[in-house]
Write a new protein. Structure first.
Length: 360
C-alpha cells in the first residue's frame, strides 16, 4: 500500500476517533447529571417492620471503618445445629424483619444471626453517608464485619455460614459471598444488579430525554452502558461511596450454590432484569420466579411453599461439619427499637416505575 493511501486511512481513523470522543463527552455532560439524579431517587414505599424478638442474644460489633453495629443471635430450636444463617435486611428495614423470612429455619436446625446495617435500626449512623436502595461498599463492609464477628464467637460453626438477603440485602449477600471463603450458600429474594437495572431504565426512558426516537434507537448499546457508568461515577463522587459490580460478583459466586427468588410482577425490577443477572452465574444455581408476586412479596404470595423452598435449599447444601460445643448465651434484653405497624405502602406500578428507578 502506498504511503498516501496509508496516510489517508490513518487520518480517517484519527478523525473518527476524535469525533467519537467529542460525541461521548457531549453526551456525558448532557445526560450523566440526569442519570445520576434519577439514580439517586428513593422509591416510594415503607419497608417491612415487625416487633423485636426478645429471645435472642443481643450483641455489638465494629466495622473496619470504626462504626458499631447491633445484631442478635438466635439458637436453633433443635437438639443439634446443622448450620448458621446470616440474614441481611432490605433497605430501610431492620434486623427484626428476619422473623417472617428466616425464623422458621430455627425449627430445621439452623442458628440465625441478624443485624442492622449502618444508618438502620439500632446500629450506628455515619453522618456522611445517606443510604440508597442500591448496594454500596458500606453495606458490604457491614456484612463483612458481621461475618468476622461470628468467627470470634465461642462454638462458632467451622463450616462457615449461609447468607439470606432481601432486595438490597440480597445484592449485599451476593457481592460479599463472592470473596468470602466462609460462605457456603446464598438465598436472595428480590436481588438486582446495578449496571443491568440502570441500563434497563435508561433504555426505557431514553425517548423522553433524548426526544429523537430514530436517533437513540440506532445507538449501539455500549453508548448507553457508557452513560450509565458516567452517571454512576458522578453519584459515587457526590455520595462518597462505591457501587460494587453485582454482575461481576455473581459470575464469581460458584461453586457456592445460589437460590434466586423473584416476583413475576415486580414493578421495580422486572423478571427480565432478574433473569439477566441469574444468567451471569455458573452452576449450582436455582431460579424461582413466583407468579403474581410483586417486589419482596413472594413470601406473601406463597406462604407455604416459600419457607419450604428456602429450608430445603439450605438443608441440601449446608456442610455437615461438626462444630464446637455450644456455650450458653447470657440472658439479654432486646435493644430499644422503635417499631411501626407491620405493613407497607404499595405504589401503583406506574408510580413505582417513574419514582423508583431501581429498587432496594
Amino acid at each position: 500500500m502506498s504511503s498516501p493511501a496509508m496516510l489517508f486511512i490513518l487520518t480517517s481513523v484519527a478523525v473518527t476517533l476524535a469525533l467519537l470522543t467529542l460525541f461521548l463527552i457531549h453526551c456525558a455532560r448532557k445526560y450523566a447529571p440526569i442519570i445520576a439524579r434519577i439514580f439517586e431517587e428513593r422509591p416510594l414505599f415503607l419497608p417491612l417492620r415487625v416487633a423485636p424478638e426478645p429471645n435472642g442474644e443481643d450483641v455489638r460489633f465494629t466495622t473496619a471503618d470504626g462504626l458499631t453495629l447491633g445484631g442478635t443471635y438466635y439458637d436453633a430450636r433443635t437438639p443439634e445445629r446443622l448450620g448458621v444463617i446470616v440474614f441481611c435486611h432490605e433497605y430501610l428495614s431492620d434486623r427484626w424483619s428476619f422473623q417472617p423470612y428466616a425464623d422458621h429455619l430455627r425449627d430445621r436446625g439452623f442458628d440465625v444471626f441478624t443485624f442492622d446495617c449502618r444508618n438502620h435500626g439500632d446500629s450506628g449512623s455515619d453522618p456522611s453517608y445517606h443510604p440508597l436502595q442500591w448496594v454500596t461498599d458500606h453495606e458490604v463492609r457491614d456484612l463483612q464485619a458481621a461475618l468476622a464477628y461470628l468467627r470470634t464467637r465461642p462454638g462458632h460453626d467451622a463450616a462457615g455460614v449461609g447468607l439470606f438477603g432481601i432486595s438490597r440485602g440480597g445484592g449485599t449477600a451476593l457481592v460479599t459471598a463472592a470473596d468470602e471463603p466462609g460462605v457456603w450458600g446464598v438465598v436472595s429474594d428480590g436481588a438486582f444488579p446495578t449496571r443491568g437495572t440502570m441500563l434497563a431504565y435508561i433504555l426505557r426512558w431514553a425517548e423522553i430525554y433524548v426526544g429523537i426516537p430514530y436517533l437513540w434507537k440506532k445507538m449501539p448499546l455500549w453508548i448507553f452502558q457508557f452513560l450509565a457508568w458516567a452517571g454512576r461515577v458522578r453519584s459515587e463522587k457526590r455520595l462518597g461511596c462505591k457501587f460494587p459490580d453485582v454482575e461481576n460478583a455473581v459470575a464469581r459466586l460458584a461453586p457456592r450454590p445460589w437460590l434466586m427468588i423473584h416476583g413475576a410482577k415486580d414493578a421495580y425490577i422486572g423478571p427480565a432484569i432478574a433473569r439477566a443477572l441469574f444468567d451471569e452465574a455458573d452452576e449450582p444455581k436455582e431460579l424461582w420466579i413466583v407468579p403474581g408476586a410483586k417486589h419482596n412479596r413472594c413470601r406473601e404470595m406463597e406462604p407455604e411453599a416459600y419457607p419450604e423452598r428456602v429450608a430445603e435449599f439450605f438443608l441440601r447444601f449446608a456442610p455437615r461439619q461438626t462444630s464446637s460445643p455450644r456455650e450458653p448465651a447470657e440472658a439479654s434484653q432486646p435493644s430499644p427499637v422503635t417499631t411501626a405497624a407491620n405493613g407497607r405502602t404499595e405504589p401503583d406500578e406506574a408510580s413505582a416505575e417513574l419514582a423508583a428507578q431501581g429498587s432496594r
